[in-house]
Write a protein that binds this ligand. Structure first.
Ligand SMILES: [Ca+2]
Ligand SMILES: [Ca+2]
Length: 444
């Protein structure tokens, strides 16, 4: 601390300050805007693209425009994050040189983004400030994002594939890392896979929308392109473990009936281990919402399926390895979904609600604490696009955290009745003055 003259040096003090407050003192903002040629110090002097090497602890704001492929390979420094976020009207760092047109649209990336090292946050700020697309023609087989590092969060990103009909082999995201969060992403229009995990542990996928991850016919695609056209929204393979999938929507277009014969897997699993918690999701018009690959499980310990809404399916969920199945709604209305293409919902759980199906109504009624609705009753505001409840269900089973909030964060049972399905129903007596009338429409 003291030099040979007994004086505390400026540099020694600075070292202590850096040790104590290092991230706060050093953290800086950088500004990137397509077409920029500055030093990145303000919106008046933006960089045109993210630099090759970024600075740990810093934040990089990106303005509207089109950007190219990027490999994120900056070395780690302990747990120091690098934050890359979309600049918005209300969150863009400095006002110096700022023009509102820099932040009222999206930042699009037309090449693959690859996270090679750990501790990154990539956040589009608003739904969906970052967009990953391809603009060229022909078969597109390279993945749109690769997540190879650990401790990475990806949020508010739209990943629009090259087309669900055309047997492309591209995946939205290919991932091998640990400690990952995917939040509020919209991944659609792929014929292979939305997100594939090839190993990795402690993974959370929430508030995302997967739409039209399918292909015209797998045998057609197999013959054309090989066996990578999997039509899986989320694929958990190769020893992936400890996964939580909640508050997501998995859907396919529903324009004429029957549509659900066109396949589509919501969550596909093989050799998965640790816990697997699937709750508060909506699965609409998928042939196999939750499906176990023929390779079977790994070392699975807790597999829970709670509070989901299944509408239109052939096999709603595997029951192989399933530890508990509660508070779900299973709905296959013959008026919407052809009897030939719909199958029986599982009856091994309890506190589930079943829509009417003449073939299975007696089984549904005899399931533990079940509800089997009468013929012609749809429990939702709209069976094909709005799965909020029109009235309370028979009480669900009260579960601990994290299962005590619904898909839009309403506390379960806040009105005295814990409802089944992804949406909690709030009776008018306790409804706040400004309810969250969120309507989620497939494709939107
Ligand atoms: Ca703009
Ligand atoms: Ca309720």
């Amino acid at each position: 601390m003291k030099n040979r003259n007994g004086r505390v040096t400026f540099f020694a003090l600075l070292s202590v300050a850096l040790l104590l407050f290092g991230e706060n003192i050093l953290a800086a903002n950088h500004y990137i805007l397509a077409g920029g040629a500055g030093d990145g110090s303000s919106w008046g002097s933006p960089l045109g693209t993210l630099p090759d090497s970024l600075i740990r602890g810093d934040t990089y704001y990106i303005g509207d425009g089109t950007y190219r492929a990027k490999a994120f390979s900056t070395s780690e420094e302990g747990a120091k994050l690098i934050i890359i976020k979309k600049a918005t009207l209300t969150d863009h760092g400095t006002d110096e040189g700022w023009i509102s047109s820099y932040g009222d649209g999206v930042a699009s990336f037309t090449g693959t983004l690859t996270f090679k090292t750990s501790y990154w946050e990539f956040d589009g700020s608003l739904k969906y400030g970052f967009k990953l697309i391809r603009t060229r023609s022909g078969y597109i087989d390279e993945h749109y994002m690769n997540v190879y590092g650990n401790n990475i969060k990806v949020a508010n990103v739209e990943i629009m594939g090259p087309g669900w009909k055309d047997c492309h082999l591209a995946r939205g995201i290919q991932s091998t890392g640990d400690n990952l969060v995917f939040d509020a992403c919209y991944i659609h229009n792929f014929s292979a896979v939305g997100i594939r995990f090839s190993g990795g542990a402690n993974i959370e996928i929430k508030n995302c929308h997967f739409h039209n991850i399918r292909n015209l016919d797998n045998s057609v695609c197999y013959n054309l392109r090989g066996s990578q056209c999997h039509f899986e929204d989320i694929a958990l393979f190769d020893g992936t473990k400890n996964v939580s999938i909640h508050d997501n929507i998995f859907s396919q277009d529903y324009t004429s009936k029957p549509q659900n014969v066109e396949r589509g897997y919501g969550v596909m699993m093989s050799l998965h281990g640790g816990y697997l918690r699937i709750y508060n999701n909506i699965f609409f018009n998928l042939t196999y919402p939750i499906w176990l690959n023929s390779d079977g499980w790994g070392n699975l310990t807790d597999f829970y399926v709670y509070g989901n809404t299944f509408v239109g399916y052939r096999v709603a969920t595997t029951t192989d390895g399933l530890d508990d199945l509660k508070n779900n709604i299973f709905c296959n209305l013959p008026s919407f979904f052809n009897n030939d293409s719909t199958r029986k919902a599982p009856t091994v759980g309890s506190y589930n609600l079943y829509c009417y199906d003449s073939r299975y109504v007696s089984d549904y009624k005899s399931a533990s604490h079940s509800t089997a609705l009468e013929q012609g009753i749809c429990p939702f505001k709209d069976c094909v696009k709005d799965w909020r409840l029109v009235s309370p269900t028979d009480p669900g089973y009260a579960l601990p955290q994290p299962y005590n909030k619904d898909i839009v964060d309403v506390t379960r049972g806040i009105d005295g009745n814990w409802d089944r399905g992804a949406y909690e129903y709030k009776s008018s007596a306790s409804r706040p003055t400004s309810p969250n009338n969120l309507t989620i429409i497939p494709g939107g």
